[in-house]
Design a protein around this ligand. Structure first.
Ligand code: ZN
Length: 454
């Protein structure tokens, strides 16, 4: 173990002592790397085509037909997860039914909808952290009140469901220290109803959530109109100023100029760093907004309740396909059919999810009370922090540094102990600290705030 870490450390020092922009040295941890290679495009494709075969997954569609409608889709997801759970000592599957809608709502009447959650229980007894992936399985056609029209939803959001299903398959055979919950949600197309239901349960039951990652539309790689295309770039949307900011949080943010350092933004940076470490030919684009104009996603109800939550979404969208009536018109194919889904792209985006949650689950918890000493004027900076209370004890810590106008952390120094002095000005840089174990699995970053606010 120590040897592996020393090798990792030597490479990290090499990296930090050189110009960061010149080159990146990728050191992949074996367990994460091997799991990422298990993601298969054929099983992704089969999940999407099985979902499309249900004709529609509209929230008001039938629940009594075993071949068509949202009831049949829920059954398909449950059955598939059950087969993985049967062979697994740590996986269980739970259905959460909830009442939604009413006369004056987008649904027009009150109905019962179902969320399905695959629970992969963490093996560590001293740690109750939870990592959550989301994907909605409902679909819609052009007219959102039409519950019988063909609404294949291959990309929106068969792609997200297929990613989570593939992760369930791979993680059902290997327990991680931290609990992973894979949530297959309904009600998204009528107002994020399923996500709101799960977020409120999480808050009521006091879940210790590290991260929520929503996968919604991760399979289209060609834009309509401009015809730009790439399956090498994926967007991560993250809130800037937290939706759930309290007056006290606002005071700390303003004092520290931390409007670009919400916990959701730290999660987005983490996804970029880890995905680009483990997934070949994939770049993560950080989008500094919660979602696209006038369009939301299932991560948002979690943001509103104060959880770190982000959305993964394809870089190029195709408006001829999303929410359109399928068919050929003027020689152009319309509708959200599987022919519009780039399966290799979904595969890479699934790998990005898997690498991120595995690295996070294998890492120690993040440090707390990360504080910059601002009591004296100095060209150096003294940073101190508390070791995480639960779970594995960190082998050491990474000090992250970036200039104030940079998007990503630029330098990463390894230190032992819980304080350090570094010759970088606190006025010219931002700092954060990550916990790291002997294998190089690092936690999320805790942003460093000036000491006088404590
Ligand atoms: Zn969607």
């Amino acid at each position: 173990m120590k040897k592996i870490f020393q090798f990792f450390l030597a490479l990290t020092m090499l990296l930090t002592s050189a110009f960061m922009t010149a080159q990146n040295i990728m050191v992949r941890e074996k367990r994460v790397e091997e799991s990422v290679l298990k993601v298969r495009s054929d099983s992704i494709k089969s999940t999407i085509s099985n979902l499309v075969s249900k004709h529609t997954r509209h929230n008001l569609s039938t629940k009594s037909n075993s071949l068509q409608g949202i009831g049949a889709a829920a059954q398909l997801i449950l059955q598939k997860l059950d087969t993985y759970a049967k062979g697994s000592a740590h996986m269980s599957v739970q259905k959460y039914e909830y009442r939604a809608g009413g006369e004056k709502t987008r649904l027009g009447k009150e109905i019962t909808l179902s969320n399905i959650v695959a629970n992969l229980k963490g093996s560590s007894e001293s740690c109750d952290r939870v990592i959550i992936l989301l994907a909605h399985y409902d679909s819609r056609s052009f007219d959102n009140s039409d519950s019988t029209a063909f609404a294949p939803g291959a990309n929106d959001n068969g792609s997200g469901v297929a990613a989570l299903m593939e992760i369930a398959r791979i993680l059902s055979t290997q327990p991680l220290p931290v609990t992973i919950k894979l949530m297959f949600l309904s009600g998204e197309e009528h107002g994020l109803l399923g996500a709101a239901h799960m977020a409120s349960i999480a808050r009521e039951e006091g879940w210790n959530i590290s991260a929520v990652i929503n996968n919604d539309m991760i399979g289209n790689s060609r834009s309509s109109g401009t015809e730009l295309s790439s399956n090498m770039i994926l967007r991560v949307f993250s809130e800037s100023i937290p939706f759930a900011e309290t007056p006290e949080m606002k005071r700390i943010r303003e004092f520290n100029s931390a409007e670009n350092d919400s916990e959701s933004r730290q999660l987005a940076r983490y996804i970029k760093e880890i995905s680009e470490r483990y997934v070949d030919n994939l770049k993560i684009s950080l989008i500094y907004r919660n979602d696209r104009f006038g369009r939301g996603g299932d991560h948002t109800p979690f943001n509103r309740l104060g959880f770190s939550s982000v959305r993964l979404c394809e870089y190029y969208e195709n408006y001829d396909r999303t929410h359109q009536i399928p068919g050929i018109r003027d020689g152009k194919e319309y509708g959200d059919l599987i022919s519009g889904v780039d399966i290799e792209y979904v595969k890479k985006n699934t790998q990005a999810n898997l690498a991120t949650i595995m690295n996070l689950a294998l890492a120690p918890a993040k440090p707390s009370k990360v504080t910059i000493d601002i009591s004296a004027l100095s060209s150096s900076t003294i940073i101190s922090w508390d070791q995480p209370k639960d779970g594995q004890k960190p082998y050491g810590y990474y000090i992250l540094i970036r200039e104030t106008d940079k998007s990503m952390w630029e330098k990463k120094f390894f230190v032992k102990g819980t304080s350090t002095e570094i010759p970088y000005s606190k006025d010219n840089h931002f700092f954060a600290v990550q916990s790291v174990n002997e294998n190089g699995n690092e936690s999320l970053a805790t942003f460093a705030v000036g000491g006088s606010v404590r």
